[in-house]
Design a protein around this ligand. Structure first.
Ligand SMILES: CCCCCCCCCCCC/C=C/CC(=O)SCCNC(=O)CCNC(=O)[C@H](O)C(C)(C)COP(=O)(O)OP(=O)(O)OC[C@H]1O[C@@H](n2cnc3c(N)ncnc32)[C@H](O)[C@@H]1OP(=O)(O)O
Length: 291
């Protein structure tokens, strides 16, 4: 039931996601650590507030397994009735999340690609629709799907780095549901300009445009995040969950109803030759930039 304060998320879509097949890792991961270590949860001194940390060096990119691990961690936190808020953050020094793992998109494995997109959709359902109050403690760069993670939180504080939807720079466009989330947050005209130009905003510009709620000092991120979490938890949970349903329910339901179409659309888009060429160039640029 959507409005009940329960261990279920607003839209418990995971139960209905059997339309895509999970495939095993094909060894395209960056980190030598296993996927179970890429996401950790921690308690705080307040039993109602937990911390979810992304630890997938070097950039917390979202591969199929990374999406699944974050979703799993959210579900586990939600299953504890005492937990009412989660702080989402990164353990990397300068990157919150660099977005989708582009190795999933470049020369993709044809069976894995739909499963990957399904896992990304699922992560959106689980985070955007969580019954928990979600505080994004953005302590580094958050481009593209990294920005989606931030946008899916109820409140966003940011200490450093750039944030935004830069997909157009890769020769692609954000999926409609992520684009809509962006429009809903900063308004149509600002989103139109930013989406077309692929703008990444520094913290000050992000605050000015309404993409984040607060700028905080690097050393204060966790303290401020806990304070904001306490304020959200102080609101009666049924009211909090109902407000979330009011503001996010329509969008979540829309994707839920079009899930299969969205996967098909994504796969045919990514498999286009021009798209693959663009991604290839983009990878080269990333590597050159480093040199
Ligand atoms: C009707 C509508 C029609 C539209 C239809 C739409 C249908 C769907 C279309 C498809 C939608 C696809 C959606 C995509 C969303 C995404 O998330 S795309 C990913 C975008 N991400 C980026 O562009 C970020 C790229 N990375 C960076 O800019 C930088 O890494 C950084 C600023 C985040 C950090 O810089 P720095 O600290 O200098 O680290 P680096 O040395 O650059 O990076 C370390 C390491 O990580 C690798 N890496 C970084 N990001 C990615 C990534 N996203 N994927 C894979 N790999 C990444 C980088 O290459 C380095 O690797 P090495 O150490 O060199 O091996």
């Amino acid at each position: 039931m959507m409005f009940q304060q329960s261990s279920r998320s607003l839209l418990d879509a995971s139960k209905k996601s059997s339309s895509f097949r999970w495939t095993s890792s094909v060894g395209r991961t960056f980190s030598s650590r296993s996927p179970q270590d890429w996401v950790t949860t921690e308690e705080t001194d307040d039993p109602s507030i937990a911390i979810l940390k992304m630890n997938r060096a070097p950039a917390n990119t979202l591969s199929l397994e990374m999406c699944t691990e974050i979703s799993k961690a959210i579900k586990e936190l939600e299953s504890n009735k005492k937990t009412q808020a989660v702080i989402l953050t990164s353990s990397l020094p300068t990157i919150f999340s660099a977005g989708l793992d582009l190795t999933e998109l470049h020369n993709p494995d044809k069976d894995r690609l739909p499963a990957f997109w399904g896992a990304f959709q699922q992560l959106y359902f689980d985070l955007y629709g969580s019954r928990l109050a979600t505080i994004g403690a953005i302590n580094g760069h958050a481009p593209a799907a990294g920005c989606m993670l931030a946008l899916s939180c109820d409140y966003r504080i940011m200490s450093k780095g750039n944030i935004g939807l830069n997909e157009s720079k890769l020769g692609i466009c954000a999926p409609p549901w992520l684009g809509q989330q962006f429009i809903d947050t900063i308004g149509l005209r600002k989103a139109e300009l930013a989406l077309n130009m692929g703008t990444l905003f520094d913290t000050k510009a992000a605050l000015d445009i309404g993409l984040i709620d607060e700028i905080v000092g690097e050393d204060d991120v966790m303290d401020v995040a806990k304070t904001r979490a306490s304020q959200w938890v102080a609101i009666p949970a049924p009211a909090r969950v109902a407000c979330k349903e009011l503001t996010r329910g329509r969008q979540l339901n829309e994707l839920k109803e079009n899930r299969k179409q969205d996967v098909d659309h994504f796969c045919s888009f990514v498999n286009q030759e021009a798209m693959q060429r663009n991604l290839g160039f983009y990878f080269e640029q990333l590597a050159k930039r480093k040199k």
